[in-house]
Ligand binder design. Structure first.
Ligand code: ARG
Length: 460
């Protein structure tokens, strides 16, 4: 007879059995499942709940199973439903009835919860390392092009000149917040649910603290009902992943724009470009686009999880089996996306001449001319109107602001003096030197600071 069918008179319907099986995807948790089982088994022996010899056989058997899985020799069986029952059944084949002692004081409900927490706890440092690699790529390109100015945009209309490095460092900041969200998620995932039993706790004298210690959990969960049904930690990871993907998507959109002929600020390396099946001249920023598109997938994973959880009464419900594919999909989408972005950013070429040409657009100095009048004593709103009229005049005449003479300026306001003619891109940039501004001195200091942040993290 199949395991777990003792109370039934008939076998489970074949289609239903196959539909209910999770082994096709939860086999990915085999390592966590085995590590968790070994820690549980050792604790049972320490507490005198099972014999030491039995425990040793179980631990040896579990290690042998791990080897089989790693060598691709393990006979996964769908009719055994999930990774937990597959391993348990194989253990019984290997060591006989003594295998049945492993599941003392345990349910699959606390078992799957610990497996999943171990998985998330491993994913987070890996995710952070990859975010750091992308940050490093951004900082390296920024530092190599420290003097390059480009137009800054609002409404995707040229607004004020900025340093290209300042623009890249904006993404450093977004990614820094992402790191802090993942670190925060790690704190909450770092709680041992094992020992909660099916829902109400267990009747044996278990020692949860020692299991927590062996498995590297910072603490032990306080409520058995919550422990077996809580998947907030999965939502935490996937929500952080969704935000990170959103940031990548925005950066991807910039890459797409910047690499057009129309913008022309960067050229991607051939290694991160594709061509067209029909138009041989095309050089497409496919990966930036694809990752922009895949952001929707991760939002989908997050929505699936939130929806999955919202209607469930305490404690465990089979709905929870659906948590794993959403989590795996988010991880499998995010981690390569970060690595690809790091490579793509690290190898792109900044087209400094095009950037300089665009940054020199004199209309972007309009705010600086208004600020000039403010320094001469005009209220900002009055100065704003004067410059608005100046810009209107130039647009009517079809001339550039740089074509205006001092007399032209003075016909709009007597406050203009000779020094108005020296308002320039360089001046506009260097004047914005309050904390957070684009002044070269500020950006240089920021580059130093963020390198410190990255260096510190490399050392720890
Ligand atoms: N495969 C199940 C899951 O992923 C394991 C827990 C099963 N527990 C149960 N009571 N059916 O959630």
């Amino acid at each position: 007879m199949k395991p777990l069918r003792a109370r039934f008179g008939a076998d489970v319907d074949r289609l239903a059995e196959s539909y209910g099986a999770s082994i096709s995807f939860d086999r990915r948790l085999y390592r966590q499942d085995i590590v968790g089982s070994i820690a549980h088994c050792r604790m049972l022996a320490r507490q005198g709940i099972i014999g030491t010899d039995d425990a040793q056989q179980i631990v040896d058997g579990l290690k042998a199973i791990e080897g089989e899985i790693e060598r691709g020799e393990f006979p996964f069986r769908e009719e055994l439903e999930d990774i937990h029952m597959n391993i348990e059944a194989r253990l019984k084949e290997m060591i006989g009835e003594v295998a049945g002692r492993l599941h003392t004081a345990r349910s699959r409900n606390d078992q799957v919860a610990v497996d999943l927490r171990l998985f998330v706890k491993e994913c987070i440092p890996e995710t952070v390392v990859r975010i750091r690699q992308l940050q490093k790529a951004l900082v390296d390109v920024a530092a190599r092009n420290e003097q390059v100015a480009i137009p800054g945009y609002t409404h995707l209309q040229r607004a004020q000149p900025i340093l290209f490095a300042h623009h890249l460092l904006a993404y450093f900041e977004m990614l820094e917040r992402d790191v802090s969200r993942f670190e925060d998620a790690l704190r909450r995932a770092d709680v041992l649910p094992l020992g909660s039993g099916a829902l109400a706790g267990v009747t044996y004298p278990i020692d949860r603290e020692s299991v927590a210690q062996e498995l590297g959990f910072a603490s032990v969960s306080r409520n058995s009902l919550d422990s077996v049904s809580d998947r907030d930690f999965v939502v935490d990871y996937v929500a952080a992943a969704a935000l990170t993907m959103m940031h990548l998507s925005r950066l991807g959109e910039e890459i797409v724009l910047w690499s057009t002929t129309e913008f022309g600020f960067i050229e991607l390396s051939d290694s991160y470009s594709t061509s067209s099946s029909m138009m041989p001249q095309k050089k497409n920023p496919d990966f930036a686009e694809l990752i922009r598109g895949k952001t929707g997938r991760v939002y989908g994973d997050l929505t699936a999880l939130l929806t999955l959880l919202k209607g469930q009464p305490l404690a465990y419900n089979k709905d929870l089996q659906e948590d794993k594919e959403a989590l795996f999909d988010a991880v499998d989408t995010l981690l390569p996306a970060l690595a690809i972005f790091a490579g793509m950013i690290g190898t792109m070429r900044v087209k400094t001449e095009r950037a300089a040409q665009a940054a020199a657009d004199p209309l972007m100095l309009a705010t600086d001319i208004a600020d000039y009048l403010v320094r001469k004593g005009l209220p900002f709103r009055g100065a704003y109107s004067v410059v608005g009229a100046l810009v209107h005049h130039c647009a009517e005449k079809g001339i550039s602001l740089t074509a205006l003479t001092l007399a032209d300026y003075q016909s709009f306001s007597p406050a203009f003096g000779e020094d108005i003619l020296s308002v320039s891109l360089e001046q506009a940039l260097s004047a914005r030197n309050a904390t957070g501004g684009t002044a070269p001195s500020r950006v240089h200091a920021e580059l130093e600071r963020v390198r410190g942040v990255l260096g510190e993290n490399e050392r720890t």
